[in-house]
Write a protein of this length. Sequence first.
Length: 309
Amino acid sequence: MFISIIVPLYNEETNISILHEKVSNVFLNLQHQYELLFINDGSSDNSLQVLESLSQKDEHVKYVSFSNNFGKEAGMYCGLEHCKGDAAIIMDSDLQHPPEIIPELVQLHNEGYHQVVALRDRQNESIFKKIPANLFYKISHRMIDVKLKSGEGDFRLISRPVIDSILNLTEYNRFSKGIFEWVGFNKTTVTFDHQERHDGKSKFSFFKLIDYGIDGIISFNNKPLRVCFYLGGLTMIVCLLYIMVTFVDILLHGIEAPGYFTIISAILFLGGLQLFSLGVIGEYIGRIYYETKHRPKYIIAQSNIKHEK
């Protein structure tokens, strides 16, 4: 069996060689052919130079370098497009995904599983990361059509049928966690301990993580639009009841001076509801806007792969 290791990266010059060494050592004991495919997402450091040097020393090392920073989702899609393995393992370049569990992923795949997911144990994770993550998964269980599990990420082995199914989904706005679940196929998990980043800083800021969560919620359902519909209907009913009560009060007691609190409350509440609803609708319209452009998901500046698509 031929296995492709796909590693999207951005400004990881200090981690690339260490990851390469660890993966190479793992495959010394595996009776499988492999390629180590790095996707350089427009790094501004010396990541590309490190990849070029490694590829000259090791024929297993392949790389694709983007002309700009297109994001991790584009990097993973590019890796799946260019990998030639019977199965692919997607992992991060910061060594938070331990290569040492690759043999276990391969073994379970040989037992017949099309997706073998590395499940991260969050017990040792920082509370500042754990709380937002748990909140996201609780919301996703109610809002997203596919079921996501806390700790399951991009670190997984997927078979060739799964790869081909994912490549058939050509949308520009991608949320891979949801896509992995949507395509289906039989799946099992392998638990691993949470690892700290080996060197450097995470490229995901707090606000980028929020944006990623919004992408996940919106990408796989129209429930936020339905929530806007229900909120609008509920607000209309409440307003009609208020008008009827006010009208009856006028008939019984005559006209009184309007209250400042009532006017301000109505304006702020209705204004906030309208802005919220417009924001949700705008998110969907924005995604339609990007899809209709039919822009490529990435642009390749340099590669050592001969069978580029």
